[in-house]
Write a protein that binds this ligand. Structure first.
Ligand SMILES: Nc1nc2c(ncn2[C@@H]2O[C@H](COP(=O)(O)OP(=O)(O)O)[C@@H](O)[C@H]2O)c(=O)[nH]1
Ligand SMILES: [Mg+2]
Length: 322
């Protein structure tokens, strides 16, 4: 489709979704989209890559950039996660900085800005998890917002939302539509992301691993899609064959991910297959295997494979020789 074929009233806005781990970035995105696209778990640092989540309201296209939560760490893997968040602010029209109402507010803003280490342009503050605070919408947040403006001068306005209760979601959507800039849509034909089904298949497998595995183990797991093939004949319902490796760091972890008589890997497989089938709208054959890949989170090849290229502050050893 040519851009000139688009409706003359079309407008578009690109928005970063920023904040500390676990403030509710992915939950808000899923609520706004009306689709469980982004992975949500109770554990922090579930999101590892920045990616576009797209929805349209009338003629307005809203492109939300989900990002990993910024957090303090000198570990290479975490530096790369933080870099994804920093890059998420590039070229956007508005930043949404999510602040968890159940935690200390100003400290969250200051910590975030320090870790961001980059000036934020036009920013809206989104206070999240309003359902967890009694009468949250009546809190004297204007005063708090004024103090936020002292450290973040480009903060324009604030919203109080709950992705659980749906509070003020329509207000936020309305504000985004109003701020959208007249021009062509970036995504056509109902595309909801810049990432493909392969990416989301790996996300949904990782989501179930995060849910089902305990303690630190979820953080030591990565998913590599080895094969994603469509088997279906023309005119027949879609049928896909997916083969994926679950990478773990140590042999003892392999045993846990496989589980007694393979029960754990079966459960991860069944649950993630259902989510992948909901995405493809067809049948999915999912073949999972667990591979021991010692210190995969220090392995440049694996990190690149899972969409985490070098960060600007990566140690020298990670840089290409030039
Ligand atoms: N009560 C409540 N919990 C929420 C809300 N939004 C997110 N959560 C929970 O907070 C946790 C982290 O959410 P997630 O969206 O993954 O946060 P992210 O790390 O910032 O992307 C999950 O357990 C969510 O269910 C909300 O509006 N209300
Ligand atoms: Mg997230």
């Amino acid at each position: 489709m040519l851009l000139t074929d688009q409706h003359p009233n079309n407008k578009s806005i690109m928005v970063s979704v920023l904040g500390a781990p676990n403030v509710g970035k992915s939950s808000m995105i899923n609520y706004l989209m009306g689709l469980d696209l982004s992975v949500v778990t109770k554990k922090p640092q579930t999101t590892r890559n920045k990616f576009h989540c797209v929805f349209t309201v009338d003629h307005a296209e809203i492109v939300l950039v989900d990002t990993p939560g910024l957090h303090k760490s000198s570990v290479e893997f975490n530096k790369r996660l933080n870099e994804q968040a920093r890059e998420g602010t590039e070229g956007v029209d508005v930043n949404l900085l999510l602040i968890d109402l159940t935690r200390e507010i100003l400290a969250q803003v200051k910590d975030f800005l320090q870790l961001m280490d980059k000036e934020l342009d036009r920013t809206w503050i989104i206070f999240t998890k309003a359902d967890r605070i009694e009468n949250a919408v009546e809190l004297p947040l204007t005063l708090v917002f004024d103090s936020i403006k002292e450290v973040l001068p480009k903060a324009e306005k604030f919203f109080v939302i709950s992705s659980k209760a749906g509070t003020n979601m329509h207000v936020l959507t309305g504000a985004l539509c109003d701020a959208a800039i007249p021009g062509p849509h970036l995504y056509l034909d109902g595309s909801v992301s810049n990432k493909n089904e392969r990416f989301f298949a790996s996300e949904y497998i990782r989501e179930q691993a995060f849910e089902l595995l305990k303690d630190e183990l979820p953080y030591e797991v990565a998913i590599l899609i080895e094969e994603f093939k469509d088997l279906s004949d023309k005119g027949k319902p879609r049928e896909s064959h997916i083969s994926a490796s679950i990478l773990v760091n140590r042999p003892s972890q392999r045993a846990i991910v496989v589980g007694t008589k393979g029960t754990m890997i079966k459960e991860i497989g069944t649950r993630s297959r259902l989510k992948i089938e909901a995405m493809t709208g067809g049948k999915v054959h999912l073949n999972l295997h667990v591979k021991v890949s010692p210190k995969w989170f220090k392995n440049n090849y694996v990190l690149e494979e899972i969409g985490l290229p070098r960060a600007h502050n990566s140690a020298r050893v990670w840089r290409n020789k030039s």
